[in-house]
Design a protein around this ligand. Structure first.
Ligand code: ADP
Ligand code: MG
Length: 339
């Protein structure tokens, strides 16, 4: 047996980075979430080569103070929680303080940021966790992150990337979910110098559905409203004529977060059961809002899965709401929705 030794910080960082940053789309997800947490309402995402060689994300959020920048790139450094108790009430999309350190461990990162009210902005460069530059420059309010050459220093990870086209399609899907989950934010997504998606940020969900899915689906939508004391549900679902052979049309968001949940999918599919052929799935864009204390989002670093305290209640409420719409019953919730 070789001797037991402590790993170097650099190796620890690279291993930890693998948990959060799996591919270019993970970078985009983390940085867009940071922009949203920073209060931005205009966010532009630009990629080249499926994000493998180039990702640029610009926001008009609160910016980062000059002396806080190096801190932001340390592991477990966050401005969003202070203790485990805060996890019960956390409303930001991030809170683990792992994204920036992970990205900086496996890519070449350039940051330009200026808090509102600061006279000058700062340009900061960090590559493979090593600071390369920090200087004052003129910049607009907000933050721009430029990420180049993901996994340039971890060839084993780079090997597992798919083609630029496939990686780009993951980012494209992600941007659609971001736009749908934040209708009040103006998103622009540019891939290889072409604008792929642009939303106005005026809050009109149907308009966003139109941009993403086109006229036929938009013409076959039913508006949904429902809920009980614990949960409110709203959004749009397709009439049963709109179907797909996979679950890619099932979009749902809980407290502003795009998630995957077997329970929610099952509830949707059971509601549609009598209207759909086997192995066909409906179109949905559903927003579920509930007290954060009834949820546990702290399940996986990528935070796609979550746990419900009262899963059965969520299942029943959603299924009933959808069935009411599908069977053309009244669309007004029977139980007054708690404020
Ligand atoms: P987390 O989002 O979990 O706090 P991150 O590593 O993603 O951790 O970010 C670290 C910190 O950097 C954040 O808590 C926030 O204070 C700051 N930050 C990151 N991105 C931005 C941004 N676009 N605008 C303003 N502050 C940001
Ligand atoms: Mg974050």
């Amino acid at each position: 047996m070789p001797k037991i030794e402590l790993l170097t910080q650099e190796t620890i960082d690279k291993i930890a980075a693998g948990e959060v940053i799996e591919r270019p789309s993970s970078v985009v997800k983390e940085l867009v979430e940071n922009a949203l947490d920073a209060g931005a309402n205009v966010i532009t995402v630009e990629i080249k080569d499926g994000g493998i060689s180039f990702i640029r994300i610009t926001d008009n959020g609160c910016g980062i103070e000059k002396d806080q920048i190096p801190l932001a790139f340390l592991r477990h450094s966050t401005s969003k929680i202070r203790s485990v108790e805060d996890l019960l009430t956390v409303s930001s999309l991030g809170f683990r303080g792992e994204a920036l350190s992970s990205i900086a461990a496996v890519a070449q990162v350039e940051l330009i940021t200026k808090p509102v009210g600061a006279l000058m902005g700062v340009r900061y460069v960090i590559e493979g966790s090593k600071e390369k530059a920090k200087e004052e420059i003129g910049a607009p309010d907000g933050t721009t992150f430029l990420i180049r050459n993901i996994f340039y220093n971890t060839p084993a990870r780079r090997k597992f990337l798919k083609t630029a086209q496939t990686e780009g399609s993951y980012i494209s899907g992600l941007m659609e979910h971001m736009a749908l989950s934040h209708p009040n934010v103006a998103f622009k997504f540019i891939a290889n110098n072409q604008t792929k998606l642009q939303t106005s940020g005026n809050g009109n969900i149907k308009e966003i559905i139109y941009h993403i899915y086109g006229r036929d689906i938009t013409a076959a939508l039913m508006e949904i409203h429902g809920g009980n004391e614990e949960i409110t549900i709203h959004g749009f679902v397709g009439k049963p004529v709109v179907t797909r052979g996979n679950r890619n049309f099932e979009n749902y968001f809980i407290n502003g977060r795009y998630i995957k949940s077997r329970l929610i999918s099952k509830s949707i599919e059971d509601a549609y059961k009598n209207f759909m052929m086997l192995h066909q799935y409906p179109f949905t864009v559903l927003y579920l809002e509930m007290d954060g204390q009834l949820l546990d989002v702290n399940v996986h670093p990528a935070k796609m899965e979550l746990r419900f305290q009262n899963g059965e209640g969520v299942y029943d409420c959603l299924r009933r709401t959808l069935e009411d719409a599908l069977y053309h019953k009244d669309l007004i919730p029977k139980v007054p929705v708690a404020e």
